[in-house]
Design a binder for this molecule. Structure first.
Ligand code: DWN
Length: 410
């Protein structure tokens, strides 16, 4: 683990800490029963603000091999995400005239869900996925996948075998990468001159405005605004030609970039989003200090809400064991005393226990056997999908809680 001394984008040492969530386990480090008594790795979870380029980033960087070599997160667990990436593939094909002569590379391709959507149009694809277990799922899904981190050797392997790429994507990956400077140089090496690099990142403005601080965990090294991204890409001789707000993970940005002075005109969306960021003070440390104060008041509100329910000896269970719930449960010290068990539909998580708080994760059949009074939707970003599949429990009088921005019954 490394305490960062300089900004990831501009190398400035003018970094100011504004939020500490204490020591937290690795968000996707779910435990087997036999591991519960063993000591767990925990690291400081703190955010710092760069006074030069406005990047918000973690103060500690954890070795990616500890987090990404064996991974339990699978994109296709949710129908919402399957639909999201299918639509993204259709949009990329249409908007950039991709066809059977085009090559698409996805960095952090997980189970290949996006590339699957692209190869349905006979577009040539290759995934790059460091988690061996997930890369295997992608291959079983028929998506050629290189099981490695994205680096120069992988780029040369792709170019030798398939040539340069028309589009490189990195969805919920770019925020996870420490050395983004070398990644972008490798992307530029891989791209055709007219190629595009498209990233999806959780959006800092949503995190601040909607109090979704549970998105803060060690996998997410950077918390991007378009302002910081613009600074970064221009420094690397690339330019953002479009940016759109999307709903994933409580609010994200899809950012389209190209080599500088390429043919595509800059879409007006870019300045609209930059102007809004300026208006809300994205470059003002006071905005982040205020956010930090609010995080602590949300913690108090959630704790007293849960304690009131428990006073009535009511049973609360969780639905969804997302990585973000590790931050929420550990920071708010919500444990098995408060939440009896958590349901998750991802088979890789069932029969495991939550990192740090050791709440058992069970399959949805448990709800029938041991029906609770309340279900707190920890995967709140999928509330509509989860509420639909659990409607029969609503009909039985089970109450559903959304925890953020403040606890409320839905
Ligand atoms: O950046 C990351 C984001 C993109 O995905 C990664 N670092 C890790 C991961 O974060 P996450 O685990 O918070 O992602 P999700 O997709 O919000 O997790 C949802 C959880 O809820 C999964 O464990 C699956 C579960 N779920 C379920 O059990 N039933 C979800 C749905 C929709 C369901 O119906």
């Amino acid at each position: 683990m490394l305490l960062i001394m300089k900004c990831r984008i501009c190398s400035s040492k003018n970094l100011e800490k504004f939020l500490s969530l204490g020591e937290s386990p690795l968000a996707n480090n779910f435990l087997k029963k036999e591991d519960l008594e063993k000591e767990e790795l925990k690291f400081p979870l703190e955010l710092v603000f760069c006074n030069i380029c406005q990047l918000v980033q973690l103060s500690y960087v954890v070795d990616p091999k500890l987090m990404f070599k064996n991974y339990v997160y699978v994109s296709s667990t949710s129908n919402t995400f399957r639909q999201h990436f299918t639509k993204m593939a259709e949009d990329l094909k249409k908007d950039f005239n991709l066809d059977e002569n085009s090559l698409a590379i996805d960095i952090g391709s997980n189970d290949g869900v996006l590339l699957n959507g692209l190869q349905k149009f006979n577009i040539k694809v290759t995934g790059v996925e460091p988690a061996t277990n997930v890369a295997k799922i992608a291959e079983e899904n028929g998506v050629e996948t290189i099981n490695d981190f994205f680096n120069k050797e992988v780029v040369n392997k792709i170019i030798d075998k398939k040539g340069k790429a028309d589009v490189v994507t990195a969805c919920n990956v770019f925020a996870h990468i420490d050395n983004i400077n070398s990644v972008i140089e490798n992307v530029k090496l891989l791209l055709k001159d007219s190629g595009i690099f498209v990233i999806e990142v959780q959006y800092l403005v949503n995190t601040i405005e909607d109090m979704t601080f549970d998105n803060i965990y060690h996998e997410h090294l950077s918390y991007y605004s378009l302002t910081a991204l613009k600074y970064f890409f221009e420094k690397r001789n690339m330019e953002i030609f479009n940016a759109i707000k999307i709903l994933t993970h409580g609010g994200s940005l899809r950012v389209f970039t190209q080599q500088k002075n390429n043919k595509r005109k800059i879409n007006e969306n870019v300045n609209k989003i930059l102007d809004h960021e300026k208006k809300i003070g994205i470059n003002n440390i006071e905005v982040y200090k205020e956010f930090a104060d609010k995080v602590y008041s949300v913690k108090e509100k959630l704790n007293s809400y849960i304690q009131n329910i428990k006073k009535g000896n009511r049973i609360i269970v969780g639905y969804g064991a997302p990585a973000k719930s590790t931050t929420l449960l550990n920071f708010c010290s919500i444990r098995k005393k408060e939440i009896d068990y958590i349901i998750d539909d991802n088979p890789l998580k069932i029969e495991l226990y939550t990192p740090g708080t050791h709440i058992p994760i069970l399959s949805s059949g448990e709800l029938e056997k041991n029906t609770p009074d309340y279900i707190i939707i920890l995967a709140w970003n999928f509330a509509p999908e989860i509420l639909k599949k659990t409607k029969k429990y609503t009909d039985k009088g089970v109450k559903f809680i959304i925890p953020l921005p403040e606890p409320r019954i839905v």
